[in-house]
Design a protein around this ligand. Structure first.
Ligand SMILES: *Cc1c(COP(=O)(O)O)cnc(C)c1O
Length: 347
């Protein structure tokens, strides 16, 4: 029986036998080929999505949280805390519940998708909506965790990235080889750094031949790494990457340069086009931030080596953000309660 990523990859993770593993059986997410997307971009190689929205709380954050909460519990902590655009808070709240710990989450007031807010609330976290942006929230969390015995579980916690790197292992294990390219949305830039760690470790331990080129994508209204400047007021429909001053900025630049990759920006319009395309041509529903990978693929497919293998990371599930889905989809038909009215619409 599959029992989560720590059990599967513990020989490559900083855990020891004295630790009680806090898990919801995260990881082991499907790698799905999406030929319709390849075709839409006029690309001849093999294209896959790594559907991280199928983790227990609906995002890749669970990979890091199983590690971070396992460590916090082992250290005798009673409370975990994070700043979040939504998914980290959902994940922290769930893993804290499983660990019989409490969670405090700081979110930017009014700028978090409905599904994510619902999750943090029902898992029993103390939810604090701050009249500021994510970067403000993270600053407060850092100060409070330095002052009190509270475990900080944002991705600046190194255990988070250790857990997240296992997605790279799974991709190689599923394909049987390392892909040529990995395309990924970039917000705080922890995840792109984690994939680089994972692919590097697999190469160093002889499990794969090479490190894929990492191509990261930011939203054009929140593109600090692309433009090499802090965005004081980041703006994008993709709220999970609405970050103006990424915590793992330098690590991401290193991941980009050492993998011979690139970090580019995509507009909200390109993101939403990719979001609809993936759903309507491939039956895969991700949240807008995740679609930045697909938008980047469509925009830059011309630069990919012919017949190469590409993996796009879909970081979160579409159900997280029902408002955006409804806004982007065709209208529903409202009809009277009779067959004729329905028939008119159907035929
Ligand atoms: C957190 C998150 C991101 C950004 O990941 P970083 O590690 O902050 O770069 C992208 N998409 C979704 C859905 C997320 O939850």
């Amino acid at each position: 029986m599959y029992q989560g990523l720590i059990k599967r990859y513990r020989h490559l993770l900083p855990v020891d036998d004295s630790m009680e593993i806090i898990t919801l059986n995260e990881g082991n997410t499907p790698l799905i080929e999406v030929p319709a997307v390849a075709e839409a971009a006029g690309f001849s190689g093999k294209v896959f999505v790594k559907y991280e929205g199928l983790n227990p709380t609906g995002s890749f954050k669970d990979r890091g949280m199983t590690m971070a909460v396992t460590k916090a519990k082992h250290d005798g902590m009673k409370v975990v805390m994070c700043a979040s655009t939504g998914n980290t808070s959902a994940s922290a709240a769930a893993y804290a519940a499983k660990a019989k710990m409490s969670a405090v989450v700081l979110i930017p007031d009014g700028n978090i998708a409905l599904g994510k807010l619902a999750q943090a609330m029902i898992y029993g976290a103390k939810v604090i909506a701050v009249q500021g942006n994510f970067d403000d929230c993270l600053r407060y969390v850092k100060e409070l965790c330095a002052k009190y015995p509270i475990a900080l579980v944002n991705s600046i916690n190194p255990y988070r990235l250790e857990g997240q790197k296992t997605a790279a292992f799974e991709i190689v294990d599923d394909l049987g080889y390392a892909p040529d390219y990995l395309l990924i949305p970039v917000g705080n830039a922890g995840n792109i750094s984690a994939y680089f760690m994972g692919f590097t470790q697999y190469k160093e331990t002889g499990m794969s031949q090479k490190i894929p080129k990492l191509w990261g994508f930011q939203a054009s209204g929140a593109a600090p790494i692309v433009e090499n400047r802090i965005f004081e007021k980041p703006e994008t429909v993709a709220t999970a990457i609405r970050i103006g001053n990424p915590a793992s900025w330098e690590k991401a630049v290193k991941a980009r340069d050492n993998s011979l990759g690139r970090i580019e920006k995509v507009t909200d319009q390109e993101i939403l086009f990719a979001y609809r395309l993936l759903a309507t041509t491939s039956g895969i529903f991700c949240e807008p931030a995740s679609a930045a990978s697909v938008a980047g693929f469509i925009k830059y497919a011309k630069d990919l080596e012919k017949d190469s293998t590409v993996v796009m990371v879909l970081t979160g599930h579409g159900l997280k953000d029902p408002d955006n889905a409804i806004n982007q989809a065709p209208e529903i038909f409202h009809v009277k309660n009779n067959l004729k009215a329905i028939e008119e619409v159907v035929i």
